[in-house]
Design a protein around this ligand. Structure first.
Ligand code: 13P
Length: 250
């Protein structure tokens, strides 16, 4: 079953970069030869055109870190899925824990964003994950299932088109990565939930995110239900990001 899933490694640059710094980073990525995984970088909105230009005719794809739930209109500061599609975006991260926490994004809004992206042919990368307090209270399963359930219900028969990223909040930017076993346990739960919802569950890619580095990527990616990674800090260095892509051996 898992043999059918090609790994996917996505860089989330977050709010980092400048035109000049991106030139260097993108040049480093362009220089990569063939990779054993699909790979993409999700860049800040103002740099989408730069990524599109620099990564054209390479195997690397690009995406955004968010997307409006609305199609168009009086939504100052928002960026629609149609605009992303205009720039050749392949992916849009939605529901990242930083947006859930810092911008009060709830499960339904995240689901609506995922639907808006899909409607324009942009694949949503839907993030779920528990906080440390929730994990310690034994609530991990309930939290991630609730977060995913909202998206499954909203996308309905299209649920199989999304990418899901499990990102335990306590592992993001902390250097404290989930063990491969901890991550696999949650991925298996998510896969089971998806199987009940869509016949495509076994083809869907479930990414792990949270302090993935070149030295821990291979053991995470070796887990049966971990189909790649969503990479923060390490995606800002071309060599590290490419090393993580190369850790995806199947
Ligand atoms: P780090 O890899 O820096 O922990 O970030 C993970 C993340 O939030 C990716 O979306």
């Amino acid at each position: 079953m898992s043999e059918a899933r090609r790994k996917l490694v996505v860089g989330n640059w977050k709010m980092h970069g400048s035109h000049a710094a991106n030139e260097q980073l993108l040049e480093g990525l362009r220089a990569a030869g063939p990779l054993p995984a699909d790979a993409a970088v999700c860049v800040p909105f103002p740099y989408l055109a730069q990524a599109a230009e620099r990564l054209a005719r390479t195997a690397l794809q690009w995406g955004s870190q968010d997307c409006s739930a609305h199609e168009q209109g009086a939504y100052t500061g928002e960026v629609s899925a149609a605009m992303l599609a205009d720039f050749g975006c392949r992916y849009a991260i939605v529901g990242h824990s930083e947006r859930r926490a810092l911008h009060a994004e709830g499960d339904q809004l995240v689901a609506d964003k995922a639907q808006a992206a899909l409607a324009r042919g942009v694949t949503p990368i839907v993030c779920v994950g528990e906080t440390l307090t929730q994990r310690e209270a034994g609530e991990t399963e309930a939290v991630v299932k609730r977060q995913l359930s909202a998206v499954i219900h909203t996308l309905a028969h299209c649920a199989g088109e999304m990418v899901v990223a499990y990102e335990p909040v306590w592992a993001i930017g902390t250097g404290r990565t989930a063990t491969p076993e901890q991550a696999q346990a949650v991925h298996a739960l998510l896969r089971a939930q998806l199987r009940a919802a869509t016949p495509r569950a076994d083809q869907m890619r479930l990414l792990y995110g949270g302090s993935v580095k070149p030295d821990n990527a291979a053991s995470l990616f070796a887990q049966p239900d971990i189909d790649g990674g969503l990479i923060g800090g390490a995606s800002l260095k071309a060599q590290d990001f490419l090393a993580i892509c190369r850790a995806a051996v199947r």
